[in-house]
Structures are given as C-alpha cells and as structure tokens.
Design a protein. Structure first.
Length: 170
C-alpha cells in the first residue's frame, strides 16, 4: 500500500507558529522565465509570501528596469523584505541600479561564502542571480536563495552596515 502524501510533506510549515512568512519579491528577464518559475515554486515551499513582478508568460516582454524600480521601492519602503532577481543579461547594471536606492544592498550570487558574509555583515536584501542557461535543474540556485533568506544579519558586528548607511546620507 503506497503512503499518501500530504501538503505538509511539501511545504515548510514548521515555522508558522514562531515567525511570520518572509515577504519576497521576484522577477526575471524573458530569457529567465522558466528559471524564475522553478525558483518561485521552491520559494513557495519555504514559507514565504512571494510577490512575482513578472513576466507572467514566457512570451511576455516586460521592462526589467521598471520591475527593478518597483521592487526597489517596495523594499526601500518596507513592503517587501527581500528581492530575488534572475537575469540572463544586464545583471551588472542591475546591481548598480539597485544599490542607488536607499536601504537597498544588492549582491550577486557569486558563491555561498559571499552570500553568507553579505547577509551577516551588511544585511544584503537583494540577490541577483545570473541565469547561465538554467531552466530545469535549479538546485544550485535554490541553495543560494535559501542561504540568502535564512542567514541572519549579525547586528552585533554592524560596522559595514554603518559605513553603508553613512554613505547613503551623503
């Protein structure tokens, strides 16, 4: 007799009673649509409130710079806690654009160590992931995203964040 699967077997419900769901925004360029959809499914299983800024179809062209502006404004104002950006192109300029907004600290998903240090040392809140042609096997990126969302900021050692905040005031 086969065992019956239940929703809780797929969805992380352990934290429901102890903390609120993270508010995470996500968007991609058209070339990364399937990549975004797979990461979105993964995020839905991680106790997040996911806000998909687009595109909503593989053939839909959306202006990534307008989506970045919308996401940055939402994070800057506190309506979103984190942003995940999945791009095949323009990822370098996207990093520069995001970091021009107040209270935004965008990083590339360069390595697991870099993600952890960026979260701990200056509370990075936007992760930019280069697609590299991924559409099916997103496990590596899922791990990076999970590290990004679960690594806590070390507020006892907030030296770097203070430097960033002081630079924002200039």
């Amino acid at each position: 007799m086969a065992s019956q699967m239940h929703l809780q077997d797929f969805v992380n419900v352990d934290d429901r009673d102890t903390k609120k769901a993270l508010k995470v925004g996500i968007f991609s360029d058209k070339d990364s649509f399937f990549f975004k959809e797979k990461i979105g499914i993964f995020l839905d299983t991680q106790w997040t409130s996911l806000y998909d800024l687009g595109p909503s179809r593989v053939d839909q062209h959306k202006d990534i710079f307008k989506m970045a502006d919308k996401m940055a404004e939402a994070i800057s104002s506190g309506r979103l806690e984190y942003g995940i950006v999945l791009l095949n192109e323009n990822y370098e300029v996207m990093n520069i654009i995001f970091n021009k907004y107040k209270n935004i600290r965008a990083i590339f998903a360069v390595s697991e160590d870099y993600i952890i240090k960026s979260r701990k040392q200056f509370n990075a809140n936007v992760l930019i992931v280069k697609n590299n042609g991924v559409t099916i096997d997103t496990r590596g990126s899922e791990k990076e995203v999970k590290l990004f969302l679960t690594t806590e900021f070390d507020d006892e050692d907030d030296t770097f964040l203070k430097l960033v905040n002081n630079a924002e005031k200039k």
